[in-house]
Design a protein. Sequence first.
Length: 382
Amino acid sequence: MSCGNSSDEVPADIVIDYQLKLSESTLNVDFEGEEKIIQLTASADWSASTSVNWIHVLPSSGKSSADVTITVDANPAPEEREADVIFKNDKNSVTLHVSQSMYIQKPNIGDYLYDDGTWGSPLNTEKTPIGVVFSTETSAKDKALGYKIGYAMSIVTPLFATGTSWLYKATWSASEGDEFGLSYPSMEDVFQDKDGLTKTLEIVEKVGHVDDYATQKANEAAYPAFFAAYDSYVRRGENMSCWFLPSAGQWYDILVNLGGISPQYSFLSYSAGDAIWEECTTVVGKLNSYIQPCFDLRYYNQYIAMPGTGNSKSNWLFGSGAYHSSTESSTSMAYCLHFAINEGWYLKGTNNPAYYYFTRIGNINKSDAFLGRATIRPCIAF
């Protein structure tokens, strides 16, 4: 006597679709680990499994299509590793291959970055330093470009960088002057801008390239500060970005992390909206303490000896004057780092200048070369 079909049996006239697909078949993960969501297309019961304990799958089973979270732990080993996650149902299986890069010891703030892609401190005189590490984090945009370790400030200023303006045009419209279309409600927002690299690349792309050298240089001359940084002659290693004009937020990190300046700042009445620190000479001294040990290295002596550069080692040192950033404050203004060493400034409502020592991140007219003292200090991502 038949009791009928059990609940687990499938009637003969019903056909089950056992399709099983993944939105991607491979994952390449940085050594720091990552959480990634992939799409699983399924029309029947499925399960997922892996033979390693450093990959986690959630959910690990289901009855239909799902967004599946793959979490990969940080890799503590100095070697790459890889493993598979297998999704299967009663008929089919698909494999997600996961590979993870080996552990890399991150640099410390103040380490020298060398042209062979290594870093360390104190200075290794057998190597060629190209920058000083001022951040061990990169922006989301720069991570997407593959630069995940940090930023370094160039040892030197580029050739002919002194007396450079941000923008050089006889006239420009509002749309031409507002290069990036961004606004910053407060100085705290300004200091969150860490995207000097992508801003520099946007300007380079905007100018484009023509084969005629004279025409190309004439086009680049519209954005002197950006191209002075981008065209720096200092060599760089593999897995490094181009040289770029740092943002105001990156200058802030340089001041705090290398210059030892207080993260807190104040406002002075003659320059509303600018960040002001009373610390100056000690900050300049600390920044220069990273640069001066490189003066006698053979590479930089050759750099100075390049004919017609008009450069000198003293120009590489920080001092009184302005250093451009890639961060705009308005159509006609951009932010700069400014060291005032015994400079005369007129306070609001007075006719006589008072002489000050201070550090400022504030506005400069885009066409202003700051009395011939505005200059460039490129940075690099790696």
